[in-house]
Design a protein around this ligand. Structure first.
Ligand code: IMP
Ligand code: MG
Length: 180
């Protein structure tokens, strides 16, 4: 895996495809055990999680459903400021076992804001599965139930994650070179 340059930045190979696939299979096995006899609903958050969601779901051996949502911020009223809303959540989550699939938790802002909205609909349970977590970047704490990789606070690219829209198609994960 050679280095790669995208716009003004250089990225170096970080997590190879084989290791990513291995960790995702391990996560799927744990979920298969934890949810035995249950029919969970996976909710994948687009765009970043599409590859992770696809590979994980292929190794899920439960009677499971999956749906894909997009989170969009729009300007709410003055008092509420920015409001995060879910587009595409057309399945009733009341009384369901929900597993959120997210590409990466960085500051935690996105999930910290979105999870209470889901809790309001009273699912039977709500867990979070992430491919990547940057513990040193945490500003808003989120309880993570399943995680493939804890990584340093450095920008990453590939396997669904983008830099200005590009790089999502890479099979492996690259890390920004140099900067901390
Ligand atoms: P958070 O709300 O700060 O936890 O970040 C949420 C979103 O920011 C993620 O779902 C990603 O889409 C994006 N993001 C955070 N860190 C990175 C990164 O290193 N590379 C690419 N996207 C990132
Ligand atoms: Mg994302």
């Amino acid at each position: 895996m050679p280095e790669l340059t995208l716009f003004d930045k250089t990225f170096e190979p970080y997590l190879p495809e084989s290791l990513i696939q291995e960790k995702i299979k391990e996560m799927a096995n744990v979920i298969n055990t934890d949810y035995k006899g249950k029919k969970p609903l996976f909710i994948a958050i687009l765009n970043g999680s599409f590859m992770f969601a696809s590979d994980l779901f292929k190794s899920i051996e439960l009677e499971a459903e999956i749906c894909f949502i997009k989170l969009a911020s729009y300007k709410g009223t003055k008092s509420s400021g920015q409001v995060l809303t879910a587009i595409g959540l057309d399945t009733d989550i009341n009384d369901r076992h929900i597993i959120i699939l997210e590409d990466i938790i960085d500051t935690g802002k996105t999930l910290n804001e979105f999870l209470p909205q889901l809790q309001n609909q009273q699912p039977a349970s709500l867990k979070i599965a992430v491919l990547l977590h940057k513990p040193d970047a945490t500003v808003f704490p989120v309880k993570i139930d399943y995680c493939c990789f804890s990584i340093p606070n450095r920008f990453v690219l590939g396997y669904g994650l983008d830099y200005d829209g590009y790089g999502r198609n890479l099979k492996e994960i690259y890390q920004l070179k140099g900067a901390e």
